[in-house]
Design a protein around this ligand. Structure first.
Ligand code: FAD
Length: 345
C-alpha cells in the first residue's frame, strides 16, 4: 500500500544551492514540494513527518544557509490568483503563497488594479512577503494587506489572520517571532485602495519625475521607474548571489541621532512620526570603508554597501563572518548595533 506522503515525493538529500538567492551550498536532509494546502495536512498527520522539525522555504531570497538543513524543508509552491471582490473603495485580490511576487505585482497592474507598483522586482514568493512585511520605495506590504490564511504545523488547522494579528512592524511580523517556523502561510489577500494615488515621496522617484518631465505618472510608469532604479542599484541574484539589504536600517532616539549628526553631519537619516529617527545602514557601512571590500569569497557590493554578495563559491559561514566584522566596525564607530535582515539558518 502506498503511503500518502510517498505521493508527496519527499526528496532525500536535496541540494539547496539553486533554492537560495545567495547561491550558498547546503543540503536538505529531506525536501517536499507543497502544491496544495492539503499537502501540509498530510504531512502533519504523517507518523514520521508529522513530528519532524520543519523549515519553510519560499524563493530563498531572504535566507543565509550556514549549514545543511536537518529539518524537513517545505518548499511552498501553492499557486493561484484571483480578484475576490471589488468595492468603490478597493480591489481585494488573493494569491497563493507560492506565486512569484514580482509576477503577481505585474499581473495586478495588467488587470487594472494598481497599488503594488512600488514593490515591483522584489524577489521571492507572495507567501513570504508578510513574513518580513516587505517594503520598498515608500510602500510596505502592511499598507496593502487585507488578511492571510496560514496552516498550523502542529494541529493542521487553517486560521485567518488580519493585519493586527500579523503584528506588522518594520521588516517584521509575528512570523519572525512566535509563529516563526510554526505556521505556513498558504494564501494572502491584498486591499488595493481606490481611487489609486501614486506614492512618489521617495527621493529616487522624485528624481525620475524631474528627469522624465512626467508630473503625474500612471501606475505602470511608476512600476517601470521602480524596476529601472532597482536594476541600476541592486545586483541580479542570477549573476551575483545576494539577499538584498543585509541589515535593517537602525532606528535611534532623537538624542542619539543629534549626537551622530553632530559628529557626521552627512549621515543619511529619516525622521519618523514618533520622534525617533531611522538611519541609512548602507551609509553607516560605507562610512566605515566597507563598500567594495571582500573577505574570503564574500563581499560588500560596490554600488550599495548594504548588500553583501557571494563573489563565487562563498559559504554561509563566510557571509556571516563578513557580516559580523561589519557589525563590529559600525558599533565601534557609531555605537549602533546593526541587525541582519535575512534569516540566518
Ligand atoms: C536582490 C534582492 C532585493 C531585495 N529587495 C527587497 C526589498 O526591496 N524589500 C524587502 O522587504 N525585501 C527585499 N529582499 C528580500 C526578499 O526578497 C524578501 O524578504 C522576500 O519576501 C523573501 O521571499 P522568499 O520567498 O524568497 O522567502 P524565503 O527566503 O524563502 O524565506 C524567508 C523567510 O520566510 C519564511 N517563509 C517563506 N515562505 C513562507 C510561508 N509561505 N509561510 C511562512 N513562512 C514562510 C522562511 O521560513 C524564512 O524564514 C530582496 C532580496 C534580494 C535578493
Amino acid at each position: 500500500m502506498s503511503h500518502p506522503v510517498v505521493a508527496l515525493q519527499v526528496q532525500r538529500r536535496a541540494p539547496l544551492r539553486e533554492h537560495n538567492s545567495f547561491g550558498l551550498p547546503a543540503v536538505a536532509a529531506s525536501l517536499v514540494r507543497i502544491e496544495r494546502e492539503a499537502d501540509i495536512r498530510r504531512i502533519v498527520d504523517h507518523p514520521e513527518w508529522g513530528r519532524a522539525p520543519k523549515f519553510i522555504l519560499g524563493g530563498g531570497s531572504n535566507v543565509v544557509l550556514t549549514r545543511d538543513v536537518a529539518a524537513l524543508v517545505l518548499k511552498i509552491e501553492i499557486r493561484g490568483r484571483r480578484l475576490l471582490r471589488e468595492t468603490p473603495a478597493a480591489w481585494i485580490v488573493e494569491a497563493g503563497a507560492g506565486e512569484n511576487w514580482h509576477d503577481f505585482v505585474a499581473w495586478t497592474l495588467e488587470q487594472g488594479w494598481p497599488g503594488l507598483e512600488n514593490l515591483a522586482l522584489i524577489p521571492g514568493t507572495v507567501g513570504a512577503a508578510p513574513v518580513q512585511n516587505i517594503g520598498a520605495y515608500g510602500v510596505e506590504l502592511a499598507e496593502r494587506f487585507e488578511s492571510l490564511d496560514a496552516v498550523d504545523l502542529v494541529t493542521g488547522r487553517t486560521v485567518t489572520l488580519d493585519a493586527a494579528a500579523c503584528g506588522f512592524g518594520y521588516r517584521d511580523s509575528v512570523f519572525k517571532h512566535h509563529l516563526a517556523g510554526k505556521s505556513v502561510i498558504v494564501r494572502v489577500r491584498f486591499r488595493l485602495p481606490r481611487p489609486w494615488q501614486p506614492v512618489l515621496g521617495y527621493l529616487e522617484l522624485e528624481r525620475k519625475r524631474a528627469e522624465t518631465g512626467i508630473p503625474a505618472p500612471d501606475a505602470r510608469t511608476v512600476f517601470d521607474w521602480v524596476c529601472a532604479i532597482r536594476r541600476a542599484k541592486l545586483p541580479d541574484p542570477a549573476l551575483l548571489g545576494n539577499a538584498g539589504s543585509f541589515f535593517k536600517n537602525p532606528v535611534v532616539s532623537v538624542e542619539q541621532c543629534r549626537d551622530i549628526i553632530g559628529r557626521d553631519p552627512e549621515v543619511v537619516h529619516y525622521p519618523l512620526p514618533d520622534g525617533s529617527c531611522k538611519l541609512a545602514a548602507g551609509w553607516l557601512i560605507d562610512a566605515c570603508g566597507w563598500k567594495g571590500k571582500t573577505v574570503g569569497r564574500a563581499g560588500v557590493y560596490e554600488r550599495q554597501a548594504l548588500v553583501l554578495v557571494n563573489r563565487g563559491g562563498a559559504t554561509g559561514a563566510e557571509v556571516v563572518t563578513l557580516a559580523r566584522a561589519i557589525q563590529e566596525s559600525v558599533y565601534g564607530r557609531f555605537g549602533i548595533r546593526l541587525e541582519p535582515e535575512p534569516v540566518i539558518v
